[in-house]
Design a protein around this ligand. Structure first.
Ligand SMILES: NC(=O)c1ccc[n+]([C@@H]2O[C@H](COP(=O)([O-])OP(=O)(O)OC[C@H]3O[C@@H](n4cnc5c(N)ncnc54)[C@H](OP(=O)(O)O)[C@@H]3O)[C@@H](O)[C@H]2O)c1
Length: 304
């Protein structure tokens, strides 16, 4: 089996490493990571076990027929990746393993073989070819996009399982993607704007903002016909407050890290996507509009 991983960073290189003993894997990364992985191997530590993995990792994609092409860049780069490599997609199943709403829709413009993915694991850079797995929050999920499940999906989930990455196949991947996006939309931007870890967001004033963001998100999800694991906003808010935030109490959001590094965030694929979908359904989303504007404001200020 041949697998390409495009936009391989913390998530993509870790997955490429674990799959590399089961399939022919080729990762496409930036030069500093490609050079380090080629010279030193990819070092993985933490909850997936410790080890060093050697596999082909370059800045370009060799001509070949791939069975699966995994896109693991930030959502902000999905379109660029599709523009750069879309003519190589061939008959491969192209799989988004990213956060946010909108990646699969972009990939669908370049191929009909789209598998949606959701992963709820923490990957942290320790060096150019050194990554720590810090949290496993549940199963990775894969499903045909926008819905359904077939043999390619179940084969992929089984391969991940064999590689030691807990994964399940689902026929409603949009539910998994929306569920994770609502979690991200609730915590990431507010944590980033305030410069605090998730635990600080249990503050009653912060919680009022989060409640508004989540209630609006649920209204939009309902209009989109998405069935969420926690069907009611209030039930999910209880779970967020009592289970999810305590489990990641000291964690700073990736959006906080992106802003601190003067990088663009994935806000357009999170709260921004909820706003856009809300407009399409004539559902007001003022809390999401406001927090999206604050993040865009911070983005335009760079790392100051
Ligand atoms: N990290 C986590 O714990 C985690 C957990 C779950 C989900 N996610 C999601 O998974 C996705 C990937 O996150 P990540 O943390 O792995 O991001 P990341 O570490 O920034 O990895 C993406 C890598 O792809 C590179 N890239 C982008 N376009 C490329 C191209 N055309 N050719 C070669 N390389 C390219 C980026 O380089 P540049 O930075 O130079 O553009 C970056 O090194 C995001 O949607 C994220 O929200 C992350």
């Amino acid at each position: 089996m041949k697998i390409a991983v495009l936009g391989a960073g913390a998530v993509g290189l870790s997955i490429a490493a674990r799959l590399s003993s089961l399939a022919e894997v080729h990762a496409v990364s930036r030069p500093q990571h490609a050079d380090a992985v080629t010279r030193l191997g990819l070092r993985l530590t933490g909850l997936w076990g410790d080890g060093t993995y050697f596999f082909p990792c370059t800045t370009g994609l060799p001509e070949a027929e791939y069975d699966y092409i995994l896109i693991t860049s930030k959502a902000t780069q999905t379109r660029d990746i599709c523009e750069q490599f879309g003519d190589r997609f061939g008959n491969a199943a192209v799989v988004s393993i990213q956060n946010g709403i909108g990646n699969e829709e972009i990939i669908s413009e370049y191929t009909n073989n789209v598998i949606g993915g959701m992963i709820i694991t923490g990957f942290e850079w320790r060096g150019d070819a050194d990554i720590q797995i810090s949290v496993i929050g549940g199963d990775a999920q894969f499903g045909l996009f926008p819905g359904g499940c077939d043999e390619r999906v179940t084969t992929l989930a089984r391969l991940f399982e064999e590689a030691g990455i807990v994964a399940t196949a689902t026929d409603s991947i949009r539910s998994a993607i929306w569920g994770k996006t609502i979690y991200n939309a609730a915590l990431n931007p507010l944590g980033a704007v305030m410069g605090v870890p998730y635990g600080a967001l249990l503050n009653p004033y912060a919680w009022e903002v989060i409640t508004d963001i989540v209630q609006e998100a649920y209204a939009v999800a309902g209009a989109e016909g998405i069935t969420l694991e926690h069907p009611e906003a209030d039930e999910y808010l209880d779970y967020l407050h009592n289970v999810q935030i305590p489990a990641t109490f000291s964690h700073y959001s990736s959006m906080h890290q992106a802003l601190s590094a003067g990088k663009r965030t994935e806000i357009s694929f999170m709260n921004g996507a909820l706003v856009t979908k809300g407009v399409a359904h004539s559902i007001p989303t003022p809390a999401n509009v406001f927090i999206t504007r604050l993040i865009r404001f911070r983005e335009t200020m760079g790392d100051s």
